[in-house]
Design a protein around this ligand. Structure first.
Ligand SMILES: [Zn+2]
Ligand SMILES: [Zn+2]
Length: 351
């Protein structure tokens, strides 16, 4: 099989590897689509640890083509997506039901071979069925949706109150969709890039703002009756966003840290503001057992609003360059054997 492998910093290769075979409890999956995300370029840049060499791709969908011992043969042919984490099951967190905090977790596409390949082997219990009628392209977005579902579990917002989503890329789009389903109002999309603000509006934001506008804070206050924003999500992973969010937060407001900031990034906060406004600063990480719920939301979210671009496995370099250039909202790798291969010609942008 062909696979896009990380061999070290700035060393990405398209390798020919022996076809993997499913062991007991495992399934062999023929990849339909593998999504790229910022993590993949962070790995290549050396800003996010990955075990080299490893097949990249932690967001993927595919069809089960073979099963190992103990897995019912009836699963062959199923369109699935993967919860891309293995937990050690013996550390403190694993033993108290907080597996995603596992001190020894391994992720497919980071420590274990992932989905940017013709084939991948994963445990059957991590393979979640995608319902009929859902495109495998959207199925491949289950992982970021599962992260967003967990984020809203953490935020646990009351309906009818304002929310601001800082950063309106693919994650922001999903978060806006979830905010809508939760009945938050108004939904405010914030992004310095005009095309991202347009995406936020298409995704269902009630109003969009440019944080660099001089009137930014005044507009936020106006939109919230002068009280500030009750719920805010940093989907950009930016220290500046955190600083802004604390400043414009309503009393009793919550700021959720969703985007992945650089490890060395620091933010300046005023403790008195957190104290006096009784703010809640919340972290959220990955997607503990939220894939099943994420799959159920695939056709309820504004995913068709994303401009996508697709590349073949041989075009790994072009695909990663397109990700860096922001050439599309979401980039997918489509192997030649995928049912999408004919409809999504390589490097064709669906604008
Ligand atoms: Zn990702
Ligand atoms: Zn553990």
């Amino acid at each position: 099989m062909k696979a896009i492998r990380f061999h070290g910093i700035d060393d990405l290769r398209v390798d020919h590897l022996p076809d993997p075979e499913p062991g007991p409890g495992e399934v062999l999956v023929a990849i339909e689509a593998a999504g790229m995300c910022a993590t993949d370029t962070h790995i290549l840049d050396g800003h996010y640890f990955a075990a080299a060499p490893v097949v990249l791709g932690h967001e993927f969908s595919g069809r089960i083509t073979a099963v190992g011992d103990g897995v019912p043969a009836s699963r062959i042919g199923e369109l699935i997506t993967c919860e891309p984490h293995e937990y050690c099951r013996s550390c403190l967190y694993c033993q108290i039901g907080q597996e995603h905090m596992c001190v020894d977790k391994k992720a497919y596409g980071v420590h274990l071979n992932g989905g940017m390949a013709d084939l991948v082997v994963i445990p059957a219990r991590l393979a979640y069925t995608i319902p009929d009628g859902i495109s495998p392209i959207y199925g491949a977005m289950t992982e970021p949706i599962a992260c967003s579902v967990h984020a809203f579990d953490r935020l646990n917002p009351d309906s009818g109150l304002p929310i601001a989503i800082h950063g309106c890329g693919p994650a922001g789009t999903i978060l806006i969709g979830l905010a809508k389903l939760r009945g938050l109002s108004p939904i405010i999309g914030i992004d310095p890039r005009a095309e991202r603000r347009e995406l936020a509006l298409r995704a269902g934001a009630d109003v969009v703002l440019d944080p660099n506008d001089l009137s930014f804070t005044d507009r936020l206050m106006e939109l919230t009756g002068g009280y500030g924003v009750t719920y805010q999500i940093d989907a950009a992973g930016s220290p500046r966003v955190i600083e802004t969010a604390i400043r414009v937060a309503a009393r009793k407001g919550t700021v959720l840290f969703f985007g992945v900031a650089a490890p060395e990034a620091t933010a300046t906060i005023h403790p008195q503001e957190v104290y006096a406004k009784e703010l809640t600063l919340l972290g959220t990480a990955i997607n503990p057992f939220t894939h099943r719920r994420a799959v159920a939301l695939l056709d309820r979210l504004p995913l068709p609003q994303l401009h996508t671009a697709t590349f073949g496995l041989d075009q790994a370099a072009e695909a990663f360059q397109a990700q860096r250039d922001g050439a599309a909202d979401k980039i997918f790798i489509i192997p030649e054997g995928s049912s999408l291969h004919s409809t999504h010609n390589a490097a064709e942008a669906t604008k």
